[in-house]
Structure formats: C-alpha cells, structure tokens
Design a protein around this ligand. Structure first.
Ligand code: NAD
Ligand code: UDP
Ligand code: UDP
Length: 318
C-alpha cells in the first residue's frame, strides 16, 4: 500500500532505527519528508543515504521545544526506546514523551495535520492478560525504573485522546511490540542487537533470568507497512491499535536461533533479570486486522534475523 494522500510529512525521531526506515518508505511513496531528530540515540549515518534526495530534509531539533513548520502529516517517533537508553536520563525520557507530545499536538492543531503516535506495548507493563488486547488497561509500576518510559508513553496517549475530544484532531495511536532489524543501535542493550553483537564477536550471550520470558519479534519492514496503513485510515479510526508479530518466542529460543544463524561458538550465560521485566508479551491483533485490512507481520524470525545479522556484520566490520 502507498501513502498516496501525503505531501509534506514530518517524522520526529526520523534518524532513529524505525524513523529512518519510515523516512525511506515515505520518500519511496512520493512524499516530501522533514526528518526532525536531536540525535540522542539516532545518527546522521542512518539517513545519510537520503540526504541527496531533494524531497528529504534533516533538521536537528529537540521535540521538548516548540516547533513551527508547515506539514500535512506528523509521525511522532521521537523517544529513546531501549531500556539502557531511556533509563540513562529518565527525566528527559518523560519530558520527551510528554512535552514532545504536547508540542507535536499543538503543531498538528495549528496546521490541521493528521498525527500518529508511536506508542508501545510497554503501556501494558507486565501483563496479566495474554495475549494483550487494546482494551486491557495494563499492569505498570508507576515508580519503577521502566516507568519513565511506560508512564511517559501512557501520558502521551492520554494527551492524544484529549486533543481528539477537545479539538477533534485526526489522531492515530499505534502500540508497537518488539521490533528489530537493520539500523538498530549496536549498543542499545536490546535483546536482538545484544545477542547478534555478542555472537558475532564470539562473546558469551547474556540471557537475563532463565530465558523463559517471551517476546513477539516483528521485522521492521512489516511494522513500517502497518504504521503507514494506520495513517491512511479514515478519521474515525484513532486506535489505539496493536502493531507487531504474533510469533512468540522465549528469550532462550531467540538466543539459540542467533547461535544457529551466526554459527558462533558463543556460550549462553545467565544473568540477573532486571526489575519489572515483563514475563510475556504477544499482541492480540483482532482490531488491527479489522482496521488495516490484510496487514500481518509475515517475515519469519529466521529471515528477519538473517538480514539483521548481515547488517551488523557489514557495519561493524565483523
Ligand atoms: P531509536 O532510539 O532508534 O529512535 C528514537 C529516535 O528519537 C532517535 O533518533 C533519537 O535520537 C530521537 N529522539 C529522542 N529524543 C528526542 C527528542 N527529545 N527530540 C528529538 N528527537 C529525539 O528507537 P526506535 O526503536 O526507532 O523507536 C522509535 C519509536 O518507536 C519510539 O517512540 C519508541 O518508543 C517506539 N517503539 C519502538 C519499539 C521497538 O521495538 N523498536 C517498540 C515500541 C515502541
Ligand atoms: N506548538 C508548537 N508548534 C505549533 C503550535 C504549537 O510547537 O505550530 C506548541 C506550543 O509551544 C504549545 C503546545 O504546542 O506549548 C501546545 O499548543 P496548543 O495550541 O494546544 O496549546 P497552548 O498554546 O494554548 O498551550
Ligand atoms: N534480555 C536478555 N539479554 C540481553 C538483553 C535483554 O535476556 O542482553 C531480555 C530482557 O531481560 C527482556 C527481553 O530480553 O526480558 C527483551 O528485552 P529488550 O530490552 O529487547 O526489550 P523489552 O524488555 O523492552 O521488551
């Protein structure tokens, strides 16, 4: 599907992992793309290949400050996403989610733009309902080390729905489940990047806890297709909608797949589980399938990991 109704699109966090793939996709669809990023976790290298495109513009800006530009659509992705990065400066993480949402919603209101929020499965916390439907309100520790991210994202959702109720803004909220692929930060501490980097360097593969906790891993191309389709839905479709894969794996299974695909001699070692680490996670996609037609995350873990491993090998000279 093409994002055919777009002309000028703002992508905040556009130099990050997901943002850079989204910018690329929107340019392919014929949009003018304004990529805004403060390079906190994203890099210019992620979008270097887009700089020669006359329809692409890169702006260094922090979304916690107001932004006055003229656009038709806004994808709000700015926010560090890995636990290591979002816990490094937790106050800034909350500010980015909350002040960033207020500024981008204020901008959307002024220029009458459609605005999509990259929310997260973390709004469900350590879920007691499995798989997680959007109607589940979640099980989040409001004062724990993950709460700067989880509660920041929850508050951003509140703001999106209040701007909708108060100003009838065309909002779209997607709750993204664990996504991986090329351009993940090699040191962001997320499980896929960690395991691949460890395997390629022949280091021990660090499983936190006993590895029985599960995640559903979505390959980036599938996720971007879902995000673009969500933006194209009619005014009455606001979400929140889950976006992710329903292929659920334990962390130990993921480690074994990475070992098999890289052919590494690395050993699996076990370390302490971080606090509030969710034990299971898989999206209920009933509402998403209804709203987004035939969208499904179809890339297998094996295919997605193979592409991601090739990327990490090439960019890190391994
Ligand atoms: P990422 O860290 O690669 O990208 C985030 C980008 O936002 C980076 O380029 C960073 O520099 C930028 N940024 C951070 N704070 C900013 C600020 N104050 N102003 C401007 N730019 C800022 O992470 P990602 O995986 O690409 O995540 C993108 C979005 O998707 C995030 O909002 C994240 O919460 C959400 N998300 C991602 C996943 C996933 O599995 N990748 C899952 C759920 C939600
Ligand atoms: N804002 C922005 N760009 C705009 C319009 C608004 O960054 O083009 C910011 C502005 O700084 C404000 C926030 O968005 O703090 C919320 O704007 P809104 O109009 O909703 O509220 P108000 O300005 O009344 O606080
Ligand atoms: N994890 C792990 N080893 C690592 C990094 C992460 O076992 O080197 C675990 C982590 O404890 C969690 C899962 O992998 O249970 C997913 O972690 P990630 O940080 O990628 O995502 P999130 O916890 O935000 O879903």
């Amino acid at each position: 599907m093409k994002s055919s109704d777009c002309t000028r699109v703002l992508v905040t966090g556009g130099a990050g992992f997901l943002g850079s793939h989204l910018c690329e996709r929107l340019l392919d669809d014929g949009c003018d793309v304004l990529c805004v990023d403060n390079f906190y976790t994203g890099t210019k290298a992620n979008v270097a290949h887009l700089l020669s495109n006359p329809r692409f513009e890169l702006m260094r800006h922090d979304v916690t400050f107001p932004l006055y530009v003229e656009v038709d659509q806004i994808y709000n992705l700015a926010c560090p996403a890995s636990p290591v990065h979002y816990q490094f400066d937790p106050v800034q993480t909350t500010k980015t989610s909350v002040h960033g949402a207020i500024n981008m919603l204020g901008l959307a209101k002024r220029v009458k733009a459609k605005i999509l929020q990259a929310s997260t499965s973390e709004v469900y916390g350590d879920p007691e309902v499995h798989p997680q439907p959007e109607s589940y309100w979640g099980h989040v520790n409001p004062i724990g080390v993950r709460s700067c991210y989880d509660e920041g994202k929850r508050c951003a959702e509140t703001l999106f729905f209040d701007y909708r109720r108060q100003h009838d803004l065309p909002i779209k909220v997607v709750r993204i489940f664990n996504t991986y692929g090329p351009r993940m930060h090699p040191n962001d501490g997320r499980v896929v990047s960690n395991f691949i980097m460890q395997a390629l360097q022949g280091q021990d593969i660090t499983i936190f806890g006993d590895g029985s906790q599960s995640r559903s891993f979505c390959y980036v191309d599938d996720l971007i297709e879902g995000i673009v389709r969500m933006m194209a839905t009619p005014h009455e479709v606001t979400g929140p909608l889950n976006l992710g894969s329903t292929f659920e794996f334990t962390i130990k299974e993921l480690a074994q797949s990475v070992v098999a695909l890289t052919g590494t001699g690395s050993k699996l070692v076990f370390a302490d589980l971080p606090p509030d680490d969710p034990t299971q996670r898989r999206p209920d996609l009933t509402l998403t399938r209804e709203a987004l037609g035939s969208w499904e995350a179809t890339t297998t873990l094996e295919d997605g990991l193979a592409k991601t491993i090739a990327y990490f090998k090439q960019t890190n000279g391994l």
